[in-house]
Design a protein around this ligand. Sequence first.
Ligand code: ATP
Length: 315
Amino acid sequence: MSAVEFCNVKKQYGDLQALKGVSFDVEEGAFFGLLGPNGAGKSTLINAMSGLVVPSSGSIRVMGQDVVADYRQTRRALGLVPQELIADPFFNIRELLLLQSGYFGLKGREQRAWVDELLERLALADKADSLTHQLSGGMKRRALIAMALVHKPQVLVLDEPTAGVDVDLRRTLWDFTRELHKKGHTIILTTHYLEEAETLCDRVAIMQKGQIKALDQTSALLSKHAYRYLKVVVPKTYLQQTPQLPQPLQEILVETEANALIFRVDKDVALADVLGHLSQAGVPVEDIISRDATLEEVFIDLTADHSVATGETAC
Ligand SMILES: Nc1ncnc2c1ncn2[C@@H]1O[C@H](COP(=O)(O)OP(=O)(O)OP(=O)(O)O)[C@@H](O)[C@H]1O
């Protein structure tokens, strides 16, 4: 079953078409990455899913219910972690969580125990009595996640949860999110940290200019990429002489490290050809490491290509 179904979703802001007809499904239980450069339309899509933005046309269903017609049910099925904390400055964190619980009609000892568990799991227990303005940026983020989880939603949507967050906290957040995913929650994540998306997400959509540019299993997207990368390790002293490489190598050179040359090689080109060029040019090769593209490289490649988007699925 699909946890979320986007069907030809369009959003117009004056002259700007922020969403140009987006259609795709997120399977129940998926860990789904929604990626794209700034202004691609990710937040607009997520906010439309959460009922915060009304689409100009098209429809969105969450756990089978329409987000406009069945707002109450879909709101209950969704937990949104927004980019910024907009909270009442007069309540402390525990009170905010209990207040949020109240919006969903959840109260009593069991709910209070769940709120305490959330505070504990998100390392906020010692800040439970602090007001939001007394929290650091990282703590505010954890508070946002706790708020999104008070009603144990089936679908958790995280909009750039780790922007500006230190390494330790990022790890804590991901461990917790993974745990929720294992428990059966569907996770939808937007992030600009593509390494993070590559590690966490089993499926990703890449958006650009309000359209889906690519949508696939993360592993398929990586293996379908037309290039592999060759790291050719050479002595540092060789590179210090700024050697002139022959044209065929110059064309595929993407990076020079202190002791290595990185080449982007078309998968159709035989490695023996590249080795032949290296040998002819007298490059003192110490080691060669071949690898597939990273999600970041696939992303850069796809978003640099401004052709008409593909990969959109009909609804
Ligand atoms: N309320 C609004 N009024 C007018 N234009 C808007 C509004 N919200 C978003 N936009 C425009 O819609 C486009 C998509 O914005 P959106 O915030 O969805 O992008 P994004 O992919 O989430 O970007 P980022 O990665 O920077 O968060 C942008 O051009 C933005 O300026």
